[in-house]
Design a protein. Sequence first.
Length: 285
Amino acid sequence: MRCTFWGVRGSIPVPGAQTAGYGGNTSCIEISAPGEPTLVLDCGTGARRLGGLLLARPEREVHLLFTHFHMDHLFGLGFFAPVFVPGFDISVTAPAFHPDGPRDRIGRFLNGVFHPIRIPDLAARIEFDSIEPRTPFQRGPWHVRSFTLNHPGGACAYRIDRNGRSVVYVTDTAPLSRPGEGLAGGGEPNGRERQLIEFIGGADLVIFDTMFTKAEYLQKMTWGHSYPEYAVDICTLAEVRKLALFHHAPEASDDVLDALGARWADHTAPSIFVAREEQTVDLEG
Ligand SMILES: [Zn+2]
Ligand SMILES: [Zn+2]
């Protein structure tokens, strides 16, 4: 089981010299195993590169999981090559937060106005599905569960398990407690945090929204994003092996992210790294 980062930014793509090292594309992660259908976590602008690579592989089955439909997680779908190719079999799964299902919601973007192509024009065979929080489901060889997060309009985390290996994708979310209580208040985890710790428990890799510093979070508590110390507290209690700091702020230059990585370089349980575009983590090792 391997995890490759194709987009690590939040909010908006930020190409340019200041961000060339960690990459400027927005959220998109590939989960793969040799000979197995690819699982894609979110379709931010990073999905464009991944889509081109999938065309060159023999598998024609692809599974897309959306945490939510903010544009930084959706924009790449209109440039994800497999959806335009006959013979591809694609599933699209999103949380059931809204009475309109994923086909209707994505159709407001792929509608001929905001993008030249409409959903009925796509050549691949595409199935859309809504899932309820915490109900396990299967996509190809991947066992998946979800967990409701703390984000404006809703978002959900996904845990993917296969053959004893696991990845958990936790974005976009503010802490599940507030200053003065729970882990965000420097105390013991509250009820929802205990549920999240159980959900994450023992994962080989957790990818966590750390868009803000703690000081920024205190200024923007309703924006729905976390900070590194919070992710570290959750993942330490959950006995996670590796933690990827993710959903970097558009303003976070390579220098800022290098300094963030250096600050956590000596942490061992979990080990901590700053997610970088085109980086692959092999979870079998
Ligand atoms: Zn986002
Ligand atoms: Zn969002």
